[in-house]
Design a protein around this ligand. Structure first.
Ligand code: ATP
Ligand code: MG
Length: 261
């Protein structure tokens, strides 16, 4: 089982969008994929078409060990994937996690010990936009981190903050044992065949970071309404006639497959 987490320490960087399309890609390729919604905003749960009733099990009860992960898995009828969903009650994990003594390792332990769901090939975790115990538990569960970041100065800042925080969790706290797969530029804007100055500056800075750090800079998620359209329709980009926009997800999937095999 490979555990991927989409993480970027800022709002609106494309984390949830990347989780959704990565899941669709890997399911299409025949993998059993389990999504985990680690963000109390619960957008991934929404994108997956899951409507929770007040007492339905969610990630919160899993983290609290009231139930096993297996018992909080919902089938996604839209695309043959599975999800451990969230609702805004997940914010309470913030108060609970420190009481475990190992807040950063709670989710990793649950996914790798004998309570782990059997038969899953790839777990994809969506993380919240700001550093917190919930963030750390999402990050430290992962084998690989994908950093989506808006192609602009805010996105570059987000990449830098994320890398610094990951480094602290790895070297100083010894809680993060995974690696960074790469940066995925988000909302890269082109007008005709010309990249806007802002996007150019952003992606150039990201390329430099990726080269220095020795990980990938994936093809961009372009500024386009089609991603939102596909999500709203519960479809893939190819299904709405935009297979060309799937390149970044195909690239990340290729890297994940190389790690599994
Ligand atoms: P948060 O930090 O709030 O969880 P996020 O990092 O998960 O945000 P997304 O929710 O994936 O980011 O995307 C941010 C916004 O950008 C959403 O409103 C989404 O609909 C929109 N969006 C998604 N893809 C694109 C795109 N290719 N071009 C323009 N906007 C997009
Ligand atoms: Mg999100």
């Amino acid at each position: 089982m490979y555990i991927l987490c989409c993480a970027s320490l800022s709002g609106g960087q494309g984390k949830t969008t990347a989780c959704y399309f990565m899941a669709r890609k890997l399911v299409n390729d025949g993998f059993r994929v389990l999504l985990i919604d680690g963000d109390p905003q619960a957008n991934l749960t929404l994108y997956s078409g899951i409507e929770l009733k007040p007492n339905d099990p969610t990630l919160l009860e899993v983290l609290k060990e009231v139930i096993r992960p297996e018992e909080a898995i919902y089938e996604i009828s839209l695309f043959n994937g599975e999800i451990i969903p969230a609702d805004n009650g997940l914010i309470l994990a913030q108060d609970y996690l420190p009481s475990t003594g190992i807040p950063a390792l709670v989710l990793r332990n649950l996914l790798t010990d004998d309570t782990a769901p059997a038969g899953v090939d790839v777990v994809i975790i969506d993380s919240p936009p700001q550093g917190s115990h919930l963030w750390s538990t999402c990050i430290c569960a992962a084998d690989g981190i994908l950093i989506p970041a808006e192609a602009g100065s805010k996105g570059v800042n987000s990449v830098e903050t994320t890398l610094t925080t990951l480094d602290t969790l790895k070297r100083r706290r010894k809680a993060f044992t995974g690696e960074v797969l790469g940066i995925l530029p988000f909302r890269d804007k082109w007008i005709g065949n010309t990249q806007t100055d802002r996007s150019k500056k952003g992606t150039t800075a990201m390329k430099k970071i990726a080269e220095e750090e020795g990980f990938s800079l994936y093809n961009s998620i372009l500024e386009s309404e089609q991603y939102k359209k596909a999500i709203d329709a519960g479809k893939t980009l190819a299904e709405i006639g935009h297979a060309d926009l799937e390149t970044p997800f195909n690239q990340v999937a290729k890297d994940i497959k190389a790690k599994i095999n």
